[in-house]
Design a protein around this ligand. Structure first.
Ligand SMILES: C[S@@+](CC[C@H](N)C(=O)[O-])C[C@H]1O[C@@H](n2cnc3c(N)ncnc32)[C@H](O)[C@@H]1O
Length: 198
């Protein structure tokens, strides 16, 4: 069964292919979060690796490490707000945490997962150059939400993915513009998750 069979077509008129989770499926519901969507796809397709661009406090990163025990999860985050970043750019929805402290906490917790967890403290686009093409099953884009930055992440990382490029915050106009510049048929999942099978 294809992983997306888990999701059923709900709104044929919507832009792209709108997929929602079968209500009777106990594993996920319409209230599912991005990490549940990724977990289901990862298990169904037996992913062994995922790169998350933008880790922040790590709800997705740590959920995947805890639930997908055969998967290596690589997180990339600068843990620094770039110059000229504003509230609406997607960084500071959760307040302005001390990014140094956050980096330390996430690094400390990641160490508990040994080799399966890797945290790269660097810019997402610069980091892409250090990966071989088709070297990871999925790339999850959730870093800088400005259109040109989502496009830069997409273009730098798509060649690195074997199965999916997935991202968060489809409901942001800036993100939607970037995704629609690369495909007119993204697969849409709960929690404003968009995806493109490569
Ligand atoms: C929206 S948060 C990530 C949320 C996380 N993916 C989740 O599921 O909860 C965005 C993160 O991206 C990071 N970020 C933004 N631009 C970046 C860049 N160019 N390179 C690396 N990290 C970046 C920020 O530091 C921030 O922690």
């Amino acid at each position: 069964m294809a992983a997306t069979d888990t999701f059923v077509k709900h709104r044929p008129g919507a832009v792209g292919r709108q997929h929602w989770v079968k209500k009777k499926d106990k594993r996920v519901s319409l209230r599912s979060k991005r990490w549940h969507v990724l977990e289901i796809l990862a298990k169904a397709e037996e992913w062994t690796s995922l790169v998350e661009l933008g880790v922040f406090t790590g709800p997705t990163f740590f959920h995947l490490l805890a639930t997908c025990k055969r998967m290596t999860v690589i997180g990339v985050d600068t843990y620094a707000l770039p110059e000229g970043t504003h509230l609406e750019d997607g960084y500071t929805d959760y307040g302005r945490p001390d990014m140094d402290q956050l980096r330390r906490l996430v690094t400390e917790q990641a160490a508990k997962y040994g080799d399966r967890a890797r945290l790269i403290i660097a810019d997402t686009v610069e980091t892409a150059a250090t990966f071989e093409d088709r070297s990871v099953d999925c790339v999850f884009i959730d870093a800088d939400h400005r259109t040109e930055r989502v496009l830069a992440d997409f273009d730098a990382w798509k060649p690195k993915a074997r199965k999916w490029v997935i991202g968060h915050d489809w409901h942001w106009d800036t993100v939607k513009a970037a995704v629609m510049a690369r495909t007119d048929k993204p697969t849409l999942f709960p929690d404003h998750v968009w995806g493109i099978r490569v």
